[in-house]
Ligand binder design. Structure first.
Ligand SMILES: CC(C)(COP(=O)(O)OP(=O)(O)OC[C@H]1O[C@@H](n2cnc3c(N)ncnc32)[C@H](O)[C@@H]1OP(=O)(O)O)[C@@H](O)C(=O)NCCC(=O)NCCS
Length: 158
């Protein structure tokens, strides 16, 4: 297990792409390529945040902003850093950095991915639907989860 160090949360830079793609390849059966992440950096709708410790990238989150909606493509924490609050902290930092006009966030998660579902529920997301056989490699249903930002801001004020 890695030693505890200060974690920095920030936007992905070009120099992070190889490390981010390595985490992607470690975590997913059909990973995005280096080129796909490079293309994200040129896409004005794309946002990719990383968590960095001691100069090493240990997690990332990638999303798209379309009008007032955010769609989270992916969040991943490298194996050695899991279970230490980094996913939760990264998602929170990402949400706080979103523009004020964003009203809700949506995502899909594998029906059997309990760690990710736990992370999303803890972060205020609720399941609003199922997409049958959404995933391949292996085939699996997706749970559609959503979080309304205005409601949360009002919740914080009350
Ligand atoms: C899902 C993932 C990002 C969680 O990151 P993490 O840094 O390990 O999570 P955290 O330590 O911040 O935990 C936050 C919450 O997630 C849930 N969680 C995390 N690991 C869990 C596990 N092994 N089993 C069950 N719930 C878990 C818990 O609800 C936890 O809150 P708690 O500690 O108060 O119980 C990480 O497991 C991962 O990268 N998985 C592979 C990639 C992936 O599946 N991404 C999601 C795609 S939709």
């Amino acid at each position: 297990m890695e030693q505890a160090e200060t974690i920095v949360f920030r936007q992905m830079r070009a120099g992070d792409i190889a490390a981010v793609q390595a985490i992607e390849a470690e975590c997913f059966t059909n990973p995005w390529s280096i080129q796909a992440f490079a293309d994200e950096m040129k896409n004005p709708q794309a946002v990719t945040f990383v968590a960095e410790s001691g100069g090493r990238i240990c997690a990332f989150i990638n999303a798209r902003i379309v009008l007032d909606e955010v769609y989270i493509n992916n969040i991943a924490v490298t194996m050695a850093w899991r279970g230490r609050g980094i996913g939760f902290a990264l998602l929170g930092e990402f949400e706080r950095a979103l523009p004020e006009f964003v009203t809700f966030i949506t995502l899909e998660v594998r029906a059997g991915n309990m760690p990710a579902q736990g992370l999303y529920r803890k972060s205020g997301y609720t399941q609003v639907g199922i997409r049958r056989e959404f995933y391949t490699e292996p085939p699996e249903d997706a749970f559609l989860m959503t979080k309304y930002m205005e409601k949360n801001k009002e919740g914080e004020r009350s």
